[in-house]
Design a protein around this ligand. Sequence first.
Ligand code: PNS
Length: 163
Amino acid sequence: MATVLYPGSFDPLHLGHIDVIEQSVALFGKVIVGVMHNPTKPSGMFTLEQRVSMIKESISYMPSVKVVAFEGLAVDAVKQVKAAFIVKGLRTGGDFEVEQQMAHTNHAVSGVRTVYLPCKPALVSISSRFIREIAQYGGDVTSLVPAPVASGLATQFPRKGTS
Ligand code: PNS
């Protein structure tokens, strides 16, 4: 049984992320979901606190998963929580390119390894970016996100025809 860190911006958490968390629990045992800032993305839609709270609610059925917000580098978070390695989900070849570069760089600067898990084929098209875009225009994303995230989005962006 190992403890692994699953870092991401999770803005917001979606069903693809849940799949990676479930796979990590089954394979490794203990999972720390690290809610972090991605410097390449514009400022978040939800605050770190809101994301942590929605993720906690969404994964409450998995007692070996902890959700923690971290500032700074993912490799420092790995050391802080004494995780064995980083876990990342892969949807497409595009993800692989980006993740491979990050994994090599993280290993070069810290010795921390990254393990990739493939997303379920049915979930590979889900992305937080498109969820944000659809929700901001009042569209329905309830088939793409866990219920606590759907209600967080509905509070922030009332659905068309519901207000
Ligand atoms: O869900 P995302 O946006 O793809 O997650 C990216 C994230 C947050 C894991 C990545 O930006 C990250 O690791 N941020 C922390 C800063 C860091 O460690 N940068 C070094 C990258 S080699």
